[in-house]
Write a protein that binds this ligand. Structure first.
Ligand SMILES: [Zn+2]
Ligand SMILES: [Zn+2]
Length: 334
């Protein structure tokens, strides 16, 4: 028993046999301490990945839950008539937790062997420099956005929509927690866009640390949760970086059930013309605001709500057509 313990301990120690700990940063020391403490790299990577996901996902959702509870922020809500209730948020949380624990947790132990088989650094310290990590993360953002654009559009067709993607479209006015409210098959299909980029990059360059992948996943989770938040503030990222999608872009996808299929950036939808209805809607909102400039706030709000209701009605029809429950010609009659 004691001999076994000694053998295992030596194995973990061997991971860092040639490392001078005095040259490491505080974070790098914690990283090494984690792998030494768990004493099993597969469990150490799997557990850290799962915890990172849970902490970032729910940690980033909490501010949006608070914002939904404060009426002051409603003036920036994209669909002001649809504030999620605490019951709705709790139902959504339970569903997301259920899939995290029943699907992600059993599969996460494959992450370390998969990463290592592609040549990814895992337990190693020190970490790569910022100059190495930043362009890698930028490449992952672009890859994921394009992958998601085409995969998401495929999910809007026939059986794929009816049996898989329909679950994610339960909320026509999404909220932060709803980012991962989806069928397990959808989590797998769209999650490929997040993970395949780093694996392919690593396969071809043999130069990637899992720490960089964790930063990428953290930013990707921020992106997904914020895009579902339902709020567009004057300080939201899309007002600083014009090609960033943000909530204003993805909220329309949930409301209108069409257009805006990409995640982080606006360029795919612009290039392939799948933002025509969205841009028409924005133009109508702007025109309506201009025309109602001298009217009361209540009248302005009523006009915006009427426009939203119309887009939603068109969205319901488009959804029925995608599911095959209404003939396509119905839209022409409309
Ligand atoms: Zn969709
Ligand atoms: Zn969505």
């Amino acid at each position: 028993m004691s001999l076994n313990a000694t053998v295992v301990h030596q194995t973990a120690q061997q991971l860092y046999a040639n490392v001078d700990f005095s040259t490491l940063s505080w974070l790098e020391q914690q990283w090494a301490a984690w792998y030494l403490w768990i004493d099993n790299p597969i469990i150490a990577t799997g557990l850290m990945s799962f915890l990172l996901h849970e902490i970032v996902y729910f940690g980033r959702s909490i501010p949006w839950i608070i914002i939904d509870a404060i009426p002051y922020f409603q003036k920036w809500k994209l669909q002001p008539n649809k504030i999620p209730t605490p019951q709705e948020q709790w139902e959504c949380t339970k569903q997301v937790l259920f899939s995290h624990f029943t699907i992600e947790l059993p599969a996460i132990w494959l992450f370390h062997p998969t990463a290592e088989s592609f040549g990814m650094a895992t337990h190693q310290v020190p970490f790569p420099s910022w100059q190495t990590m930043l362009p890698q993360i930028a490449i992952f953002f672009v890859f994921e956005d394009m992958f998601h654009y085409f995969a998401h559009q495929a999910l809007h067709t026939g059986a794929l929509y009816k049996h898989i993607h329909k679950i994610h479209h339960k909320y026509s006015a999404p909220f932060g927690l709803a980012a991962e409210y989806a069928h397990p098959a959808e989590v797998f299909i769209l999650g490929t866009g997040t993970i395949a980029g780093p694996l392919l990059y690593c396969y071809f360059t043999q130069n990637l640390h899992i720490f960089t992948v964790y930063i990428w996943i953290t930013l990707r989770l921020f992106q997904a949760i914020d895009a579902h938040s339902g709020y567009d503030f004057p300080w939201s990222l899309q007002h600083i970086i014009p090609f960033w999608s943000g909530a204003e872009h993805h909220d329309f996808h949930h409301m209108a059930f069409t257009n805006n299929y990409s995640t982080s950036f606006r360029w795919c939808d612009r290039i392939f013309g799948t933002d025509d209805k969205y841009r028409e809607y924005r133009a109508r909102i702007t025109a309506s605001k201009e025309a109602m400039k001298n009217k009361s706030k209540a009248e302005q709000d009523a006009a915006e709500k009427q426009l939203i209701a119309q887009i939603e009605a068109e969205g319901l029809l488009a959804e029925a057509i995608a599911e095959g429950s209404a003939p396509a010609k119905t839209i022409k009659v409309q």
